[in-house]
Design a protein around this ligand. Structure first.
Ligand code: FMN
Length: 356
């Protein structure tokens, strides 16, 4: 694909989306403060680069749950992906395979998880919203394992569905899609630590808990043997007035203390954003809106192109920090700073408002 910058991909994605689908993608809950804080927190960190280290061969690949990642990035679970590209979750799966990262497939997305696994075999994590009782959940996990999923993700920050005013005011309801045969969202509100313990005791599949924001919950996850602690505020789409996600990362990394892998998402749009999280101890970073915007710009090939550009940006940032690879990154390369752009979902792309 001919895109040379992420900003072109974001612009094309926007051009290709209807107002309803654009608002569904970029919106947040209530006042959209959590959404903006994600960017504000990222922009409130400046780099303290080192010089005169050999950076001629910077390595940026890693592994998560034993799966090689060409860059420390995962595709975050996005519901209703089929509105961004007709291929939906299968298009994201193709891009993840072709580029070499891990996809977390949403359970409210088409095609359903078994069809995606059949179309694009390979390592993949299945994210579930509880829409039925324990027996229902157990059956879905068993089916996901039989279909070849290599990880299972419970999203814990969505006890109830939030109020997203962009959608409410237009009466827009996302089409969602596969719910593995059940649709009672009230089970999400009843999910507890017992659910986590049950999944760990019953199933031999790595477990991801998504939506962690505090050391206390991270500590509890690690104590229960959760394999991946995923710091997230759902892209600012659930509880309003949370901290920016990167601000939650240090206390979570400290609490986990190496007992689990740590993922973080929320506002990550650029390679330099990703590298900040790696400096603070994240093992990998989730991208949500960037994934959907790239699919809207041109399906799986555009998402592969976005990941290639992200890789270029990550490599450039690591080299210019004077780090030979990911192992050389650390909190000493960061310092507090005052953001220079007004934070917003697209503020990482200042050229969007200009004639480029
Ligand atoms: C349109 C949209 C749909 C989403 N659907 C889900 C979902 O089905 N399950 C889930 O756990 N998170 C969902 N999320 C949250 C993302 O997984 C991720 O946490 C968030 O998008 C990260 O922030 P970013 O968009 O700024 O990268 C969704 C986010 C968006 C933007």
């Amino acid at each position: 694909m001919a895109f040379q910058t992420l900003h072109e991909i974001v612009r094309r994605g926007r051009q290709n989306l209807s107002r309803n689908h654009w608002d569904y993608l970029i919106g947040g809950a209530d006042s959209e403060t959590s959404l903006r804080r994600n960017r504000q927190a990222l922009d409130s960190l400046a780099y303290r680069p080192r010089i005169l280290n050999d950076v001629s061969d910077v390595a940026v690949s890693t592994t998560l749950l034993g799966t090689p990642l060409r860059i420390p990035v995962v595709l975050a679970p996005i519901g209703s992906l089929q509105v961004f590209d007709a291929g939906g979750g299968a298009a994201a799966a193709e891009a993840a395979r072709d580029f070499g990262v891990l996809q977390i497939l949403s359970s409210v997305c088409l095609p359903d998880f078994e069809a995606v696994a059949a179309a694009v075999p390979g390592p993949r994590i299945y994210q579930l919203y509880l829409m039925g009782d324990q027996g229902w959940m157990d059956e879905v996990i068993a089916r996901a394992m039989a279909a070849g999923y290599t990880g299972f993700c419970l999203t814990a920050d969505t006890q109830v569905y939030s109020r997203r005013e962009r959608d409410i005011l237009k009466g827009f309801v996302p089409p969602s899609g596969s719910r593995a045969g059940a649709s009672d969202f009230s089970y999400q509100a009843r999910m507890t630590w017992d659910t986590v313990e049950h999944v760990k005791a019953r199933f031999d599949i790595p477990l991801v808990v998504k939506g962690v924001a505090t050391a206390a919950d991270a500590q509890r996850c690690a104590g229960l043997g959760v394999d991946v602690v995923y710091v997230s505020n759902h892209g600012g789409r659930q509880l309003d007035h949370t901290r920016g996600c990167i601000d939650c990362l240090p206390e979570v990394v400290e609490a986990v203390d190496g007992r689990a892998s740590v993922l973080v998402d929320g506002g990550f749009m650029r390679g330099a954003d990703v590298v900040k999280a790696l400096c603070l101890g994240a093992d990998a970073v989730g991208v949500g809106r960037l994934e959907a915007l790239a699919l809207a710009a041109g399906g799986a090939p555009a998402l592969v192109r976005a990941l290639e550009i992200l890789e270029h940006e990550i490599r450039t940032s690591v080299a210019l920090l004077g780090a030979g690879g990911l192992d050389d990154l650390g909190p000493g390369l960061l310092a507090p700073a005052v953001p220079v752009n007004a934070p917003g979902v697209l503020s990482a792309f200042p050229l969007l408002g200009e004639d480029y």
